[in-house]
Design a protein around this ligand. Structure first.
Ligand code: TXA
Ligand code: MG
Length: 369
């Protein structure tokens, strides 16, 4: 079947001063079963009415997304939530009150208003209330819950700016709402509170440390807990498919390696002698790169510790800064056409957990001790 081609329109909106009229075109597209890219606080989403099978199919087609990978539904109120799920258990309601709007996605039992294609046939639907004001207004004005995966071609790094969305979908979707850079930079945390034990299925913008204060027995899938059945019928994000990968080959150096300089040297010798082919993402302020490498890497060095060294002293904020920029850095180095991207791993604390989850999935090679 031939893909429809569009002139992709970009509408810039100031989140501090949203004019409903500026969102009119997007609302009309959504109400007529079309798709629109919009900003959220985590990453950009590719949205469509969660009630329309026809619209949902357009999302899967545009992204090249496997049909067995379910979507997240975005809502703007507890009333909207109640209208699409069988029940809101009491313990879950208090979590919603604490963390919504924000980067937390919770699984619910869906009702029949949500078509099976949204959840890939699962009885549960993943739902979140975004804090981004443009996203909230878009949902409110269209009067629709919006199913929205990250607005990237399947397998690519998630988009944290409107230009990333354009790179992937120019000519393939009718409209991108430009709300500037995303604040969080990695996707929402996906949890299942009703499993035993309650699980983080995908670490993300809301930290495990924060959630554990409210769910005492919370475990992280794949770190504290694994279940063979889940692996057989993967509903757990990212178990089955390649994710977050730029075109360049990502070489992840796990944390706590003794001799970074010799590792870099080894990589250079075994994969390429040509420094122009190497991009480098520096995440750890404690690693001091030799002047020789700094000079040779030139613009291909992305230093995510720069801001942190000057202004940030709290560990948590150092990790949040890396999370904020990691997808941007992968896409930036890809645009420089490097062949390899070397990236330093960080500790799995706070946002470091989500960053390492994404990097391990993006990696072509992981260098461990
Ligand atoms: O921050 C985010 O979550 C972004 C923004 C746009 O909201 N969205 C996002 O969507 O990351 P996506 O499709 O890229 O990732 C959603 C993940 C998928 O890996 C999927 O497997 C999981 O959520 N998911 C969705 N429904 C699920 C369900 N019923 N059970 C288990 N996992 C589910
Ligand atoms: Mg995604």
């Amino acid at each position: 079947m031939c893909n429809p081609s569009f002139i992709t329109k970009v509408i810039k909106i100031d989140p501090e001063n949203i004019n409903n009229q500026d969102l009119r075109e997007a609302v009309i597209i959504l109400q007529n079963e079309g798709i629109v890219a919009f900003p959220t606080e985590t990453v950009y989403g590719l949205g469509a009415s969660a009630f329309s099978e026809k619209a949902i199919k357009k999302i899967f087609r545009a992204k090249g997304r496997p049909l067995d990978n379910p979507l997240i539904v975005h809502i703007d109120s507890m009333e909207m939530l109640e209208s699409i799920v069988l029940e809101v258990p009491k313990n879950v309601r208090s979590l919603c009150e604490e963390f919504w709007p924000g980067p937390l996605t919770i699984l619910f039992q869906k009702n029949s208003k949500i078509p099976d294609c949204v959840t890939a046939g699962l009885p549960t639907v993943a739902i979140r209330m975004p804090s981004n004001l443009i996203a909230q207004r878009l949902i409110h004005l269209s009067g629709l819950p919006l199913a929205a995966p990250s607005a990237n071609i399947s397998g690519k790094p998630s988009p944290t700016s409107p230009s990333h969305v354009k790179d992937d979908f120019d000519g393939k979707i009718p409209l991108i709402i430009d709300g500037g850079q995303c604040q969080v930079g990695v996707e929402s945390t996906v949890i299942n509170v009703n499993s035993i034990p309650p699980l983080i299925l995908r670490p993300g913008g809301l930290d495990y440390e924060e959630l554990r204060k409210f769910i005492l027995d919370l475990k992280i899938y794949d770190k504290h807990y694994k279940n063979k059945d889940l692996e057989k019928h993967p509903s757990t994000p990212g178990l089955k498919y390649r994710h977050y990968s730029p075109t360049a080959r990502v070489i992840l150096i796990e944390q706590n390696q003794q001799n970074m300089q010799s590792i870099i040297f080894e990589i250079l010798n075994s994969f390429t002698q040509n420094m122009n082919e190497i991009g480098y993402i520096h995440t750890n302020p404690e690693i001091v790169l030799e002047a020789l490498y700094l000079e040779k890497l030139g613009d291909n060095l992305i230093d995510l510790t720069k801001k942190t060294l000057k202004t940030i002293v709290i560990q948590k904020e150092i990790y949040a800064n890396v999370a904020h920029k990691i997808f941007w850095a992968l896409r930036m180095l890809d645009s420089k056409k490097v062949k390899y991207i070397i990236v330093e791993g960080i500790s799995e604390q706070y946002s470091g957990l989500a960053v390492m989850n994404r990097l391990r999935k993006a990696a072509w090679k992981i260098i461990k001790k």
